[in-house]
Design a protein around this ligand. Structure first.
Ligand code: AP5
Length: 228
């Protein structure tokens, strides 16, 4: 339940592939008791479960290209319409284009919410190493890094039952990673200016440890600018 006068919170975790958006979305979600939505995860779920949406997005994910705006915006709108997001949401991976940013601004305004954007800034040379070392549990979806956030021993239980079943993401191949970073620089990075102009943006150093970045994000959300 929302308190009287309380506004729905829309928190965007923004940054290049491998910056730590997904990792931080989980931590911030827990700390603020606010659900998170990862557009990449929703697309991958649909792909793995061979839904109509999954079939429509396959060619884009497999090349590291952006899914077209109309499909992405419709999916996000349908998701955020659900009652579980009435108090707000942490968005991981959305928006990535000016058209998506405008759609989000409309959603925030329709719901009389408030928007805050955290830019997790990481040097480009760190990104590939982060992504190449990432492993994900096929069963519970938990994300690890072989060096920086090592997976548990094979005997450790997975919360989905049995033991963890670790795999590398299909789009975590060097050629596709390079394209994802190129696409980010060309199509998504220009949003930094857009957010700055709207005074929504707080920049956080994403090269710190996972725990330090979480702390900086939570501090940034307390202190940072926010727009009605
Ligand atoms: P998506 O799944 O969003 O991929 P991405 O943006 O490329 O980001 P990643 O998931 O690779 O990285 P991350 O920033 O979440 O980092 P993570 O926390 O995992 O999108 C996939 C595809 O879906 C896109 O290519 C596109 O096709 C489509 N798509 C999605 N959204 C779309 C949209 N809005 N519009 C159109 N198309 C869209 O961390 C990476 C690794 O580093 C992990 O192993 C982690 O353990 C480790 N790590 C994290 N933080 C730290 C730290 N501080 N120190 C050391 N290691 C760390």
């Amino acid at each position: 339940m929302m308190e009287a006068g309380e506004k729905a919170r829309y928190i965007v975790l923004f940054g290049p592939p491998g910056a730590g958006k997904g990792t931080q979305a989980k931590n911030v979600s827990k700390a603020l008791d606010l659900p998170s939505v990862s557009t990449g995860e929703v697309f991958r779920w649909n792909l793995n479960n061979k839904t109509e949406l999954g079939r429509s997005v396959e060619e884009f994910l497999s090349k590291g290209e952006l899914v077209p705006d109309d499909l992405t915006i419709r999916m996000v709108r349908d998701t955020l319409d659900k009652p579980c997001y009435a108090k707000g949401v942490i968005l991981d991976g959305f928006p990535r284009t000016l058209e998506q940013a405008a759609a989000l601004a409309a959603i925030v305004s329709e719901n009389d919410g408030r928007l805050q954007v955290i830019f997790i800034k990481v040097d480009e040379n760190v990104l590939v190493e982060r992504i190449m070392g990432r492993v994900v549990c096929r069963k519970c979806g938990k994300v690890y890094h072989r060096k920086y956030n090592p997976p548990p021993s094979p005997q450790a239980p997975c919360k989905a039952g049995g033991m963890h079943d670790l795999e590398q993401r299909k789009d975590d191949e060097e050629e596709i990673i390079t394209n994802r970073i190129r696409v980010y620089n060309n199509q998504t990075a220009p949003l930094i200016d857009y957010f700055e102009r709207g005074a929504y943006l707080t920049v956080v150093d994403g090269c710190l440890t996972i725990e330090e970045v979480s702390g900086a994000i939570l501090d940034g959300l307390l202190e940072g600018t926010e727009a009605a």
